[in-house]
Design a protein around this ligand. Structure first.
Ligand code: HEM
Length: 294
C-alpha cells in the first residue's frame, strides 16, 4: 500500500512539502496484522501453560534417553529448609523463586514452571490450554495464508518489503541511524527502512513458518501426513525445544518492534495500522549554499 501510485506525495522527485497524510497500509494488512498479534499473544500464553505440564526441554527423539534435560525448571528446598524455585540451563543453575519453578497460584505458593500471570488458563489445566493453543494455531495459519496470498498477488511483498539495490547499499547507514535513534522524516519515512524490511521478512518467512513446522512435528496426527518430519528437526523433543526457542525469539522481536513503534511516533504508527492513514512530518528545509553569491 506504500506505493499508492496516484499519491503525488510519494514521488521522490517531488519538491519537499509541509505535513501531509497518505494511505499507508491496505485493509487486509491491517486486519491480518492485528489478528496475528492477538493470536500470537494467546498462543504464547497457552503454550507456556502446556510447557508447565512438564517444564523440561530435551534434545533428541525422546525424553527417556537418560540424557539430562537441557533446561529444567522446578522447586527444591534451600539449606534453611525454605522452598525455592530453581532453573537449570545446561549446567548453570539459577534461583528463580517467585517467577520460575515456585510462584503464587490462587494466593498459594505453588510449584509451577511459568507463573500464573503469564499462562492461559492461569491455573494448572493442560486440556484447556491445548484447546486455546490449537484454536489459535489454526487461526494463525489461516490468517497468515490470507496475508501471504495478498502480499504476493497484490505486489505488497515486491513493492514494500523486498529490499531494493539502494536499500542493500544503505545497510551500514541504517544500522548507525538505528543506534543513534535517528529516524527518517519526509518522503523517506513513507518507505520501510532496510533493517525493518529484513526483520519483517525474517519473521514472515523464517520464524513464523518454523514455529508452525516445529509445532507440526509434535503432533502425531499431523506428523503422520509427512512421516519422519520430526526426525528432520532432530527428533520430537528437539522440535519441542526449537518451538520454545522460536516462541521467545518472536517475543524478542515484538519487544523491539513495539519499542521502534513507540519511539518513531506511537500514535501516528498505530493509527496507520488501524485506519491506514499516516502523517508525514515535513522535511527540514536546508538552504542550498552552493548558489549563494559572495
Ligand atoms: C501490540 C503489539 C504490536 C504493535 C503495537 C504493532 C504495531 C505495528 C505497526 C504500527 C506497524 C506499521 C509499521 C510502519 O508502518 O512503519 C506494524 C507492522 C508490522 N508488524 Fe506489528 N505490531 C505488534 C505486534 C506484532 C506481532 C506480534 C507481529 C508478528 C510476529 C508483528 C509483525 C509486523 C509485521 C510483519 C509488520 C509489517 C506489515 C506489512 O507491512 O506487511 N507485529 N506493526
Amino acid at each position: 500500500m506504500f506505493g499508492n501510485e496516484s499519491d503525488a506525495s510519494l514521488d521522490p522527485r517531488a519538491e519537499p512539502r509541509g505535513q501531509y497524510s497518505y494511505a499507508r497500509h491496505a485493509l487486509i494488512v491491517r486486519i491480518t496484522h492485528w489478528i496475528n498479534a492477538l493470536a500470537l499473544a494467546l498462543l504464547f500464553m497457552s503454550g507456556l501453560q502446556i510447557f508447565n505440564a512438564h517444564p523440561y526441554l530435551y534434545w533428541g527423539q525422546s525424553s527417556y534417553s537418560r540424557r539430562p534435560a537441557v533446561v529444567a525448571i522446578g522447586a527444591t528446598k534451600n539449606a534453611g529448609g525454605q522452598p525455592i524455585g530453581v532453573t537449570r540451563i545446561l549446567s548453570h543453575v539459577f534461583d528463580t523463586t517467585g517467577v520460575l519453578g515456585l510462584s503464587h497460584e490462587d494466593g498459594q505458593l505453588s510449584e509451577r514452571g511459568f507463573p500464573s500471570w503469564i499462562t492461559i488458563p492461569s491455573v494448572r489445566w493442560l486440556a484447556m490450554a491445548r484447546r486455546w493453543h490449537f484454536f489459535f494455531a489454526w487461526l494463525l495459519v489461516f490468517n497468515g495464508s490470507i496475508y501471504l496470498i495478498y502480499s504476493i498477488l497484490g505486489h505488497h511483498l515486491g513493492r514494500d518489503l523486498a529490499p531494493t539495490r539502494v536499500d542493500w547499499r544503505s545497510i551500514g547507514r541504517s544500522i548507525l541511524d538505528h543506534l543513534r535513534f535517528r529516524h527518517p522524516v519526509g518522503a523517506a519515512s513513507t518507505r520501510y527502512n532496510v533493517l525493518q524490511k529484513l526483520t519483517y521478512l525474517v519473521v514472515i518467512f523464517g520464524l513464523l513458518p518454523l514455529m508452525i513446522l516445529t509445532g507440526w512435528a509434535m503432533s502425531p496426527r499431523l506428523d503422520s501426513i509427512i512421516p519422519g518430519w520430526s526426525s528432520v528437526l532432530g527428533g520430537r523433543q528437539s522440535a519441542r525445544t526449537l518451538h520454545f526457542l522460536i516462541a521467545w525469539t518472536l517475543v524478542a522481536f515484538v519487544l523491539v518492534h513495539v519499542f521502534e513503534v513507540m519511539i518513531t511516533g506511537v500514535w501516528n504508527n498505530v493509527r496507520s495500522m488501524i485506519t491506514g492513514r499516516y502523517e508525514v512530518a515535513p522535511e527540514p528545509v536546508t538552504r542550498d549554499v552552493s548558489h549563494d553569491r559572495h
